[in-house]
Design a binder for this molecule. Structure first.
Ligand code: PHB
Length: 408
């Protein structure tokens, strides 16, 4: 098999890239490990920056998002049992965010891609990459794969076929943190920066009406909590937990008790409760791989960098990567110029650190630190007091949260 750009991974990065390339008349094949069903049901983040929304609309895949997504103009920071609104749009010349689940974005992208005849191979595991520093890099992959989470790895069905090869002009590694792309860059040529936090997020999906018109990020003696939404019927909520905790240890009553306690205010507002449809524990990790390219392999999204979810940057950062990559590839196919390809990693790594800084700052400000003797907590309350009372400080949060326009 041969294609121009081999895309490993059919998450937001890989899918948006295939659409962007198609628009430039560049052919690609997307290899995705999961089945279509599995891919489209994975609940992840849900905050889209204006720039991401604009790009999805430009690609012609924004119709359902425009209909079902909720436009937000502010967020609430809650501490000391009081809420404080950060008016995002007022502080950023009208920029806004849209709440729309990542898996909904993925559904829309897959549907449009398949309708356009775009080759997408599901249940295909990329197993290795070869000749990355030649003009014909190759991806070895095998169909019939599935993810066995209990065994912690990729398995193949008994009737799975032999390995195949996809020869490309370029490879885009969009296969996430655990994918084969990043380790295909020789270890001595890359530096990985990582921080894991001593806490995680306990996330629930609940069937209930919204408890608030805007997202609530709250710091409480018992820890962080976040009240988010997916629709008029489905809400997404999180609370800080031990990353080694297990969802089975928590009854629905205990979960509600924890969420209610952490979000309680002096006028005793409480959350709307309802059946809990799903529980997951999300680890808190920050990660950057530098460089994000090697020969003709280019990493994008979680394969190259992970940000903590507190800044709501993850998917938006992935989309920014592939926008740069598509532009660089289009320039190469059009003129043979390599300057944009050459600077791809520098541009993306610098942006990743900027997002890293913001996510780290939000995370540190809003979580209880396990060894804290109270000094840290009081600093955090002072920081929150400053952010919610100084327009300069609130503007700094707002412009990072809504994100900037795409830079050229
Ligand atoms: C979510 O809705 O899942 C969500 C919202 C904001 C965040 C993280 C996750 O910062």
């Amino acid at each position: 098999m041969r294609t121009q750009v081999g895309i490993v991974g059919g998450g937001p990065a890989g899918l948006v890239l295939s659409h962007l390339l198609d628009r430039q008349g560049i052919e690609s094949v997307v290899l995705e490990l999961r089945s279509r069903d599995r891919l489209e049901s994975e609940v992840r983040a849900g905050v889209l920056e204006q720039a991401t929304v604009d790009l999805l609309n430009e690609l012609g895949v924004g119709r359902r998002m425009e209909r079902e997504g909720a436009v937000h103009h502010g967020i609430e920071l809650r501490f000391d049992r009081k809420g404080h609104r950060i008016p995002l749009s007022d502080l950023t010349a009208g920029r806004e965010i849209v709440l729309y689940g990542q898996h909904e974005v993925v559904k829309d992208l897959v549907e449009a891609r398949l309708a356009a005849g775009g080759p997408m191979i599901f249940e295909a595991a990329a197993t290795s990459m070869h000749d990355l520093d030649t003009t014909t890099p190759r991806i070895r992959f095998r169909r019939g794969a599935y993810l066995d989470l209990e065994a912690g790895g990729i398995r193949f069905r008994e009737d799975a076929e032999e390995e195949e090869e996809l020869t490309c002009d370029f490879i885009a590694g969009c296969d996430g943190f655990f994918g084969v792309s990043r380790p295909s860059i020789p270890e001595r040529l890359r530096t990985e920066y990582e921080r894991t936090y001593p806490y995680g997020w306990f996330g629930v999906l609940v069937e209930a009406p919204p408890s608030s018109e805007e997202l609530i990020y709250t710091l409480h003696e018992r820890g962080f909590a976040l009240i988010s939404t997916r629709s008029a019927e489905i809400q997404r909520m999180y609370f800080q937990c031990d990353p080694k905790d297990s969802t089975d240890r928590w009854s629905d009553e205990q979960i509600w008790e924890e969420l209610q306690a952490r979000t309680e205010t002096i006028d005793s507002t409480s959350l709307n409760e309802g059946p809990i449809l799903e529980k997951t524990i999300v680890p808190m990790r920050s990660f950057v791989c530098d460089p994000m390219q090697h020969g003709r392999l280019f990493l994008a999204g979680d394969a190259a960098h992970i940000v903590t979810p507190t800044g709501a940057k993850g998917m938006n950062l992935a989309v920014r990567d592939v926008r740069n990559l598509a532009e660089a590839l289009a320039a190469w196919y059009e003129t043979g110029k390599t300057s944009l390809l050459d600077s791809y990693s520098d541009v993306c790594v610098r942006r990743a650190w900027k997002a890293q800084r913001f996510s780290w700052w939000m995370t540190s400000m809003l979580h209880r630190h396990p060894d804290d003797d109270g000094f840290q907590y009081n600093l955090q309350l002072a920081e929150l007091g400053y952010v919610t009372s100084s327009e300069a400080a609130a503007t700094s949060l707002a412009e990072n949260y809504v994100g900037q326009a795409f830079e050229e």
